[in-house]
Design a binder for this molecule. Structure first.
Ligand SMILES: *[C@@H]1O[C@H](CO)[C@@H](O)[C@H](O)[C@H]1NC(C)=O
Ligand SMILES: *[C@@H]1O[C@H](CO)[C@@H](O)[C@H](O)[C@H]1NC(C)=O
Ligand SMILES: *[C@@H]1O[C@H](CO)[C@@H](O)[C@H](O)[C@H]1NC(C)=O
Ligand SMILES: *[C@@H]1O[C@H](CO)[C@@H](O)[C@H](O)[C@H]1NC(C)=O
Ligand SMILES: *[C@@H]1O[C@H](CO)[C@@H](O)[C@H](O)[C@H]1NC(C)=O
Length: 484
């Protein structure tokens, strides 16, 4: 047993004390109402644009010379790169390797000329924050130093979940003292959740999004996956709207309903943004949770996941840290079926092959294994029912075991035969109902180009991990104690 309680878990414990049931019901009513308003608004906007033959009139960030709107496309030379943090000591028998998240963050800072906006959960970029003396904190400490330097030179804005008393605040204090603008978002009060999103918007044209927290361990001791997109002001403008929503909530401390039109988007699962990523024709959109944070036009994160699954024809590969068909932090207990049911449905009705790669570490809840065994039992060779589950373990030396909240696969993505979905949420009900998260969905099925697509790169990452010695198949006899 670890003696340190990770900060994230402290927050989880706080949630658990809450009675979220009543609020959840109030929210779902509110969400239905909002969705109705959103649909009407979106339809009206679209009609107006068609009638007047022009793009959106209230584009809040006209940094792009183009006015991108429905049916129009973005001519930015967007360059997308898949990123990973591979924990110290992890080695694969595979040529699949991606640039590091650390390197991308350094690049983004060196590219920055006017602004850096960061949405974040918590900040522990130094050994001091975690009470450790580990040499692999160097990368995180470098990021913090560089960001503090830039905070005096350009506009640096940070939206962060309101830190509990117990959480170290040295990094935020340093950044504040260096000139950064910081707003705390009191998610606990707003939705009984947390701000779990992790993304960057730089100069309103480059973005980063992925699973890594602003934590030194996310760069060297935790397995992470993310993506950086350079020179892409149309996409950055859309992610900027999600940032502006957090920024707004950091000040107002109450959720507008409906959201002002400056937060609305034209890009969603039904009308994605058309652009060239690495010279490959692509359609992309950003989803967001919880639904109460979605302005008109924005696809809620859960709808995004369900629709990506619906669209898959031959396979769905999922790599997430936690997978639970429950409201993980609710009392009384509540079952939450949406994702689980969708997986069983597509496996049964359309013989889609489903693979889940879930993380296993010291703090894995035993109940998760029961639900995973249930999913893994949906397998029958004759009728082509084919759901398989594996547990991924990041091994730790005695010294690495001393690092709190580390040595775990923290990935949050899904890849199908059609698209890549790169998100920031664990897969249990809370993350789609109360918690703020976001995801990028990239569809390059129209591509004829020789360039590897994001989908094919992500698939290679999944296959590398799935077939490595770090993964163990879940069977009816699997016992967590023997694995992690
Ligand atoms: C995901 O779930 C685990 C276990 O509840 C939690 O520790 C972690 O903070 C969650 N969030 C992230 C960052 O994935
Ligand atoms: C930032 O510093 C100012 C004083 O310069 C202080 O009023 C404010 O509370 C600080 N904000 C945070 C988030 O620490
Ligand atoms: C972004 O565009 C600029 C100007 O065209 C170019 O110099 C730079 O190399 C591009 N960045 C990337 C990562 O492609
Ligand atoms: C991807 O794009 C194709 C058209 O190129 C479309 O038929 C399909 O529904 C899209 N998939 C998703 C998940 O958006
Ligand atoms: C790589 O291959 C070697 C030899 O087959 C094997 O011993 C080792 O466990 C493999 N490592 C991984 C991570 O799969």
């Amino acid at each position: 047993m670890k003696t340190d309680i990770p900060y994230n878990q402290l927050m989880d414990l706080e949630w658990r004390r809450q009675e979220s049931n009543r609020k959840a019901q109030a929210y779902s009513r509110c969400v239905i109402a909002l969705a109705t308003v959103a649909t009407v608004l979106l339809a009206a906007t679209a009609l107006y644009n068609i009638l007047t033959q022009k793009g959106p009139s209230s584009h809040p960030t006209p940094s792009s010379s183009l006015h991108v709107g429905q049916g129009e496309s973005c001519s930015d030379p967007c360059k997308i790169i898949l990123l990973e943090s591979i924990p110290e000591g992890l080695e694969f028998n595979s040529s699949t390797a991606n640039p590091s998240i650390y390197q991308a963050w350094l690049n983004l800072m060196s590219e920055a000329r006017s602004s850096i906006d960061i949405a974040s959960f918590y900040w522990t970029l130094t050994n001091k924050d975690t009470g450790t003396h580990h040499p692999t904190a160097y990368q995180g400490e470098t990021v913090l130093k560089e960001l503090a330097k830039l905070s005096g030179q350009l506009s640096v804005r940070i939206a962060v979940n309101t830190p509990p008393e117990s959480q170290p605040q040295g990094d935020l204090r340093l950044l504040n003292d260096s000139g950064a603008d910081i707003r705390t978002v009191n998610m606990r009060q707003l939705t009984t959740g947390v701000l779990h999103t992790k993304f960057w918007v730089v100069d309103k044209k480059h973005i980063y999004i992925g699973s890594a927290n602003m934590d030194w361990r996310s760069l060297t001791q935790v397995k992470e996956l993310g993506v950086v997109v350079y020179n892409c002001s149309c996409l950055a403008a859309d992610l900027g709207k999600i940032f502006e929503a957090y920024w707004f909530l950091g000040e107002s401390q109450s959720i507008p309903s409906p959201w002002p039109t400056s937060f609305s988007t034209l890009y969603n699962k039904d009308t994605p943004l058309q652009l060239a990523l690495n010279d490959t024709p692509s359609s992309v959109y950003l989803s967001s949770s919880p639904p109460s944070f979605c302005a008109a036009g924005r696809t809620p994160d859960l709808q995004s996941i369900l629709s990506v699954m619906d669209d898959a024809q031959s396979f769905i590969y999922i790599a997430v840290m936690n997978y639970l068909p429950t409201m993980e932090f609710s009392h009384p207990k509540r079952y939450w079926e949406d994702i689980d049911t969708q997986l069983r449905r597509v496996a049964y009705e359309r013989q889609v092959k489903v693979r889940l790669l879930i993380s296993c570490w010291g703090s894995t809840q035993p109940v998760m294994l029961s639900f995973l065994k249930s999913l893994a039992s949906v397998y029958d060779f004759k009728t082509k029912l084919d759901i398989q589950v594996r547990l991924f373990v990041v091994p730790a030396s005695p010294e690495q075991k001393e690092i709190p909240f580390a040595r775990v696969n923290h990935n949050k993505y899904m890849v199908t035969d059609k698209v890549a979905y790169i998100g920031t949420s664990n897969w249990s009900g809370d993350y789609f109902v109360h918690t703020a998260g976001s995801a990028l969905v990239v569809n390059q099925t129209a591509s004829q180009s020789q360039e590897p697509t994001v989908q094919s790169q992500l698939r290679a990452v999944f296959e590398r991990d799935w077939s490595s010695d770090y993964s163990t198949p879940v069977t009816q006899h699997t016992n967590l104690k023997n694995i992690c």
